[in-house]
Design a protein around this ligand. Structure first.
Ligand code: 4AD
Ligand code: MG
Length: 497
């Protein structure tokens, strides 16, 4: 079968594509059909003078998203989408589409989410899913090539790994079971059998927060390594992220272009990444320099907005006289400008809030989204923040032997405001200490008997982390909201489609 992504092999010859009508435009004696086949887009041209009446009738009757088989001679044309065109000789409608709800005009996000099953065919969504695929493949490659064993952790569990506040409870034959929040505890058991393992599976959090970073069902990758301490853990996390980013940059250029992603920013993501302690991070947030930087940011945004408004005015003035093609360009640019102005307006509303929150951040508090944005604002790479207050972290975290108040945990914060993509750390390996932690966290020891066994039979120092797949996709694609990074997102208010 011929696919659009290798149509160049058919240059000067006849080929048949099997796909769908992405877009159709009719002029007097020509029909222009942009065909999509899952691998890309190809412009095809049906000329009334060159085809039979039957083919012409069929071509003019097509609708957006009708399925078709289309045959013609392939020629190179650099102005065309994908660089090739097809001059049609034959065409067969496989199935005529009803009037398609998603049109090239703008739709609201709620409408698009209700039509997610169709929205997936649109270009940006298509591109994002391909980047997601590259990331998944890269993660498996990364770990497989380094001797890690992939394991599947259970989805029904009897115990909470990440606190009891956001558990999904289900009825399990008259007993309570929870949908897993993390495969980590099971990963620790497997690591003691295999040395280095990773999970790759769905995880669930009953997050009541409607932020752009939270899903109720998301995919997590959790490596766990015996005999790894915190610095080794951080080295691994850094190496993995640099690997994933390099793979996406290498394999997904066309997709990143569709997504209008700034590829230059991704190209700078090379190890080593900056590492700062939580305590330093708080000092940085509290500092007068941070206040100055935010003032500067506000001033820059105001200046940028006035330049954009001036540009928009001159485009408005030009529009009336412009030719059709130019009108299209102007419309597109106006769309970009408006989107950026909305973003600037949002930033300008946020900056005073950020300033206050940074200034007032106290040692012992967890970081919020804005803190994470500020801590990475000068960086091109992610930042590793380590040594969090034990109070805000999970029961299994090992404490710093020099300071009981500090947990040997690490978060990786992505640049450009994408926030925490990784959470992890070194695990408590001492039996009695762990028992004590369970009590402090009000967790029933009975459910953790098996986990405590791991500390009875050959306990060793060990570490691991969890990478959130959707947050990683959103960062690499430059998508603001995680709802566009998974085929069918599950969030507080969404279970359909
Ligand atoms: O920081 P978290 O909660 O860490 C754990 O679950 C550990 N057990 C991981 C480990 O050490 N093995 O979650 C890890 C990552 C976060 O950094 C974030 O990227 C992602 O999972 N994540 C979410 N992604 C989307 N929606 C949510 N509600 C998420 N909660 C966490
Ligand atoms: Mg976390």
């Amino acid at each position: 079968m011929v696919y659009i992504d290798n149509i160049s092999e058919y240059e000067g010859r006849e080929a048949t594509l099997k796909g769908w009508v992405y877009n159709i435009r009719t002029s007097k004696k020509l029909v222009f059909i942009i065909v999509r086949d899952g691998t890309g887009l190809c412009q095809t041209i049906v000329a009334q003078d060159d085809v039979s009446d039957a083919v012409w009738q069929e071509a003019t009757a097509l609708q957006q998203e009708s399925a078709l088989e289309i045959t013609g001679r392939v020629t190179a044309d650099e102005r065309s989408i994908g660089g090739y065109e097809m001059h049609v000789t034959a065409l067969r409608t496989v199935s005529q589409a009803e009037e398609y709800p998603i049109t090239p005009k703008e739709h609201g996000i709620e409408f698009l989410m209700e039509h997610r099953h169709l929205w997936l065919r649109s270009r940006k969504q298509w591109a994002a899913m391909r980047v997601r695929n590259t990331i998944i493949y890269a993660i498996h490659r990364f770990f497989q090539e380094r001797g890690f064993i992939q394991m599947d952790a259970p989805i029904f569990t009897g115990n909470a790994a990440e606190g009891t506040t956001n558990l999904f409870e289900t009825d399990y034959f008259d007993r309570k079971a929870y949908l897993t929040q993390s495969g980590q505890l099971y990963g620790e058991a497997m690591a003691m059998a295999h040395g280095k393992i990773y999970t790759f599976g769905p995880t669930f959090r009953a997050e009541k927060s409607k932020t752009r970073r939270h899903l109720t069902e998301f995919w997590m990758i959790e490596p766990e390594m015996a005999y790894y301490d915190l610095p080794m853990n951080m080295d691994l996390a850094e190496e993995m992220i640099a690997f994933i980013v390099a793979e996406v940059v290498e394999r997904n250029r066309p997709e990143l272009e569709v997504l209008e992603r700034d590829v230059a920013a991704l190209e700078q993501v090379k190890a080593p990444f900056p590492r700062i302690s939580y305590t330093e991070a708080v000092q940085r947030l509290n500092s007068p320099e941070m206040q100055e930087k935010l003032d500067q940011m506000a001033a820059d945004r105001v200046e940028e907005a006035s330049a954009l408004k001036a540009e928009r005015e001159s485009l408005d003035a030009e529009f009336g006289q412009a030719k059709k093609g130019r009108k299209f360009q102007i419309d597109r640019r106006r769309g970009e400008i408006n989107a950026r102005l909305d973003q600037i307006e949002e930033d300008l509303r946020n900056i005073p809030v950020w300033k206050k929150s940074a200034l007032e951040k106290k040692w012992g508090e967890d970081f919020g989204g804005s803190d994470e944005t500020l801590l990475t604002m000068d960086e091109h790479t992610p930042v590793l923040v380590h040594g969090y207050p034990a109070e805000v972290k999970a029961f299994y975290m090992k404490r710093d032997p020099e300071n009981e108040k500090i947990a040997l945990g690490v978060d990786m914060l992505a640049p450009e405001g994408y926030g925490e993509i990784i959470g992890g750390g070194q695990r408590e390996e001492d039996l009695e200490t762990l028992r004590q932690r369970l009590r402090e966290h009000d967790l029933p020891e009975e459910q953790f008997r098996w986990y405590l066994d791991l500390r009875k039979y050959g306990s060793v120092p060990h570490s691991g982390f969890g990478l959130g797949l959707e947050r990683t996709v959103s960062w690499l694609c430059g998508l603001k909201h995680v709802r566009e990074t998974i085929p069918f997102p599950r969030m507080m208010g969404r279970l359909y489609p």
